[in-house]
Write a new protein. Structure first.
Length: 404
């Protein structure tokens, strides 16, 4: 049954603390279960688009995110997600501000999404900033999970998945996983971690490697890493869309991707997305990329080679150079999401259990281990054929001198 104005009385009572969260289950006709590590989360939504996006975003299933577990294990939680007209969501948010006790506690859901926690009888309630350029959203925290109230637009499709990803990320972080600003792919089962700033060519290189013979795509832009004694570090994707501009798509041989029917909205035709460095980009889920290009996906991989790419405009340059462990560690640290690093992500749901010192220890251990792996600096031109780049990196994987 879809969420309509008829759900408003139950939602108001929920905020007032006079009913339990189960009172709104009647408006959540769509259901799925996600396994986040050992935590099992039942997702109840008013729209099938929300549950479908959860399944699509977390594909393929991994040890950290499994959108279709055959058998659930460990503790359980519930996330309810209702989509309402923007005016209704804004009115509920105003009700929270009017009835909240004490001062709000500000947080950042991401760099462009300021929000604040408010204390109500129902418990802590998170509201997006009404003055920010984002749709209003209300998140009620319960002892056993969350109720997420979003606008009935594209964001409603994605918000449940975003919040599940945040929960899974914090649990993985507590378990010793560390997130790097990196993409990854495999060649013949051997993992290549591609690390660098935005615009360095991480996504396009990972896709090119994945499309090669024996290749598979692992992750775009965010990669989770864990280490164990006497074993190669292991990588798992942080679920997210692949963000590509028109120039990159053309270089990969998919200039017609602008016509693809995708879940995420496409850039407007009057934006700069067709250029190599356009700020507007096409957002394609890995599952969608697999369906439209046939590129295999992999849920995890060992880290057998690290590549630091640098794009050179309007050339066909291709140059590989071994990276020493000291400079490599510095480059890795600059892209590591751990306390003290400027790319660290805020724990906006407030569910982290580890201390900053413990998290910093996880980060240092992962960085030290990665710095001991074979690493290359790669300069490639925008006119360099990706087939040549793939061949060079395949040869590097086989080069025994890199392993010393």
């Amino acid at each position: 049954m879809p969420a309509t104005d008829q759900a408003i009385p139950e939602l108001e009572a929920l905020l007032d603390g006079t009913v339990e969260a189960t009172a709104i289950d009647i408006w959540c006709g769509e259901r799925t279960t996600v396994q986040l590590g050992v935590l099992s989360v039942d997702v109840l939504a008013s729209s099938s688009a929300a549950t479908d996006y959860v399944r699509r975003l977390f594909a393929p299933a991994s040890s950290l995110w499994n959108p279709n577990p055959a058998k659930t294990t460990g503790p359980t939680a519930t996330m309810r997600c209702l989509a309402l007209p923007p005016g209704r969501v804004a009115a509920l948010a105003e009700r929270v501000r009017h009835r909240a006790a004490g001062s709000p506690a500000p947080v950042l859901m991401h760099v462009h999404a300021p929000a604040a926690w408010h204390q109500l009888p129902a418990g802590p309630v998170l509201l997006t900033d009404p003055d920010a350029d984002i749709a209003p959203q209300v998140i009620v925290r319960h002892p056993d999970g969350y109720t997420v109230i979003t606008c009935d637009d594209t964001d409603a499709t994605m918000n449940a998945a975003r919040h599940l990803r945040e929960i899974g990320y914090r649990r993985a972080e507590d378990d010793g996983w560390v997130c790097l600003h990196a993409s990854a792919a495999t060649l013949d089962g051997r993992g290549i971690l591609i690390v660098g700033n935005s615009g360095a060519g991480k996504s396009s290189l990972a896709l090119a490697l994945a499309a090669a013979r024996g290749g598979a795509f692992l992750s775009n832009d965010r990669t989770m890493i864990t280490t164990e004694p006497d074993a190669a570090p292991r990588a798992v994707a942080m679920p997210g869309p692949i963000r590509l501009n028109g120039g990159t798509l053309q270089a990969l041989g998919f200039a017609g991707a602008r016509q693809w029917d995708l879940i995420r909205p496409k850039p407007a035709t009057d934006t700069d997305w067709q250029t190599f460095h356009g700020a507007s980009k096409l957002h394609i889920l890995p599952a969608e990329w697999n369906e439209r290009t046939g590129t295999p996906l992999t849920p995890d991989a060992t880290v057998d080679l690290i590549v630091f790419p640098q794009i050179v405009q309007d050339t066909a340059e291709l140059r590989l150079q071994a990276a020493r462990s000291g400079p490599a560690r510095e480059l890795l640290a600059a892209q590591c999401m751990s306390p003290g690093d400027d790319v660290y992500v805020q724990d906006w749901l407030g569910i982290r259990t580890s201390t900053p010192d413990r998290l910093a220890g996880h980060g240092a251990r992962v960085l030290d281990t990665l710095a001991g792996r074979p690493a290359l600096s790669l300069r490639l031109g925008t006119r360099t054929p990706y087939a040549a780049v793939t061949a060079a990196l395949r040869a590097a994987l086989d080069d025994q001198t890199l392993r010393t």
